[in-house]
Design a protein around this ligand. Structure first.
Ligand code: NAD
Length: 550
């Protein structure tokens, strides 16, 4: 649904189940391939954005009491609504964000649909209560469980590079666990985000369960500081992640942060070079390199360096910019400021001695295009080897050993994903063990983002917490330990403290924890003299838990 203003279709936020026109002005949606605005979104002011949190809060009690079956029914309806409009959404993502139509499916739609299907089928199992058998003899008569309870309002603040791939799985996990959601899409991909709100409405979610708000960053910051928000799941840059964590700290609001990366690929001397070259070229240039987990550094062992480089240049040379008569593999960069950053990194590298073997300069004319670029003779004094470039640049460094490759790969403030390319299982295991990252793939790069059971997230400056799969779902709940005692009489350690309590506690310390079997046994027999013990537990309960003594 949209209205028309100044000749452009205008889209609005979804708050409390209604489409709400923002009072804080209009933001054009610009096609990065042409530089032309094709639609616009009205922006909410802070009071209106706060109403989205209020709506989510009001909807939470009823939604949190729905059964998993009911939530699965609505997640299935959302999935079907997304499938029905998938081609249209892919075209919108292509137009607003820039990635080619097929890639919008590969990286945005399919991971979203996969996540919804997975959550609808498995959330109930994954969040089922866990029985927790006691280890402590004196507590062994209690029945205890861990139950997973929804948190409340989840605020999802999302980036522009994967407007659906980064949003729908998180929204789905929050909903499946019984939370309500306020989704804040990135400014550059507002329309793709608002479409999620429209489809949730179409699917029939109760009012206020899914809210999608178009705001500027100052208003987004007020949402982060809203004490009614139960948890923030943020994906974006390290700089904004730090601001969000600082603001959230004021209310002790917990955060999941999915931040940047400087992902490395190590090509070993025994690698299948054809596969490595194809996989690394795709990993570096997919979405024009604007991927948190794109290959941003390659370390190749010297004996295969020349052959690998030849194959990389062949592969990268075949990547056509979108708009070619029969399609094209790589779209424009989404933002001009991103293209300028790419230019700065390439210029810095060249000034410090790097050689450009392919690309290396913007495509002039319409659109924010930058061609696939391959650099060699790079080192870690260059920004292109240390800072996130987030563009289609593949710097390749030759190394003399695997040790050197691992050391350089780990020499980074980031740790999102990494890949190793080898035929040896032993080398594979070594790389999986030694590379510092949230995800390590062998003979592939970052494809686990498309696997709904695989947790996604990084270490160091790449983030905190995980999205996707069991760990992603567990981020959406409070674990609550509950216990039930059907015993009789007071606990041994309750008041009054008297001489008998002193002897009992002192004897229990030896009976339970002495490392000498004989001393334990003697103390255990000593404990049997205490009538309090018998009154509390009775002989059968003590016998049933004898294993806890040995
Ligand atoms: P960004 O940090 O500029 O913005 C991210 C989101 O935060 C946007 O929605 C933005 O509007 C919002 N925002 C900005 N300032 C805010 C504030 N003060 N309070 C609240 N919200 C605020 O990032 P971006 O440029 O949109 O995305 C690119 C970055 O995202 C890259 O660094 C990339 O590596 C990272 N990213 C990480 C992952 C991952 O899974 N780790 C995935 C995709 C992108």
């Amino acid at each position: 649904m949209s209205t028309e203003s100044a000749g452009l279709p205008t889209f609005h936020s979804w708050v409390g189940g209604r489409e709400v026109e923002g009072r804080a002005g209009l933001r054009p949606a610009v096609n990065p391939a042409s530089g032309e605005a094709f639609a616009q979104a009205s922006l909410l002011d802070a009071a209106q954005a706060g109403e989205a949190v209020a709506a989510a809060q009001a909807a939470f009690p009823a939604w949190s009491r729905t059964t998993f079956r009911e939530r699965a029914r609505l997640l299935d309806r959302l999935r079907q609504a997304m499938v029905d409009e998938a081609d249209d959404v892919a075209r919108l993502i292509e137009r607003e964000q820039g990635k080619p139509f097929a890639e919008a499916f590969v990286a945005d739609l399919l991971p979203s649909l996969d996540a919804l299907a997975h959550l609808s089928a498995h959330a109930e199992d994954l969040l089922r209560d866990d029985a927790i058998p006691a280890e402590q003899l004196l507590l062994a008569h209690k029945q205890a469980r861990l139950v997973y309870e929804p948190i409340g309002v989840i605020l999802a603040v999302k980036p522009w590079n994967y407007p659906w791939g980064q949003s729908v799985p998180v929204v789905g996990s929050a909903l499946a666990a019984g939370n309500t959601v306020v989704l804040k899409p990135a400014p550059a991909t507002t329309l793709a985000g608002l479409r999620i709100g429209a489809l949730a409405r179409k699917a029939g979610f109760p009012d206020g369960v899914v809210n999608v708000v178009a705001t500027d960053d100052a208003v987004a910051a007020t949402l982060v500081g809203d004490p009614r928000v139960g948890k923030i799941v943020f994906t974006g840059s390290v700089a904004t992640g730090k601001k969000i964590m600082a603001e959230a700290a004021k209310n002790l609001t917990p955060v999941v942060l999915e931040l940047g990366g400087k992902d490395s690929a190590i090509v070993c001397r025994d690698a299948d070079l054809d596969r490595a070259a194809k996989g690394i070229v795709w990993g570096a240039f997919v979405n024009a390199g604007q991927t948190c987990a794109s290959v941003e550094r390659v370390y190749v062992e010297r004996p295969v360096a020349e052959a690998f480089l030849t194959k990389v240049l062949e592969e990268a040379g075949r990547v056509r910019l979108a708009g070619a008569p029969s399609g094209g593999e790589m779209g424009p960069l989404t933002l001009e400021r991103q293209r300028r950053l790419v230019e700065e990194h390439v210029a810095d590298a060249v000034a410090k001695g790097a050689r450009v073997l392919l690309g290396g300069g913007r495509r002039e004319g319409r659109g924010t295009f930058y061609p696939p670029t391959v650099l060699v003779d790079v080192d870690h004094s260059m920004a292109v080897m240390r800072e996130e470039t987030f563009g289609p640049v593949l710097p390749i460094r030759v190394v003399d050993s695997l040790d050197e490759a691992v050391r350089l790969a780990n020499d980074s403030p980031y740790g999102l994903t990494a890949s190793g390319w080898t035929r040896s299982e032993e080398t594979a295991r070594r790389l999986q063990r030694e590379l510092v990252a949230g995800v390590v793939s062998i003979n592939d790069h970052a494809s686990s983002f498309g696997e709904p059971t695989a947790p996604w997230g990084g270490v160091r400056h790449s983030g905190i917490g995980r999205i996707h799969g069991l760990l992603g779902l567990r981020e959406m709940v409070h674990p609550k330990y509950v216990s039930l005692d059907r015993g009789r009489g007071p606990e041994l350690w309750w008041y009054p403290y008297d001489a008998e309590t002193d002897r009992l506690m002192s004897g229990a310390a030896v009976a339970l924890y002495s490392t000498s079997f004989t001393r334990r046994l003697v103390a255990q027999l000593g404990l049997l003299r205490f009538p309090r013990l018998w009154r509390r537990f009775g002989p059968w309960r003590l016998l049933a838990n004898l294993d806890k003594l040995f």
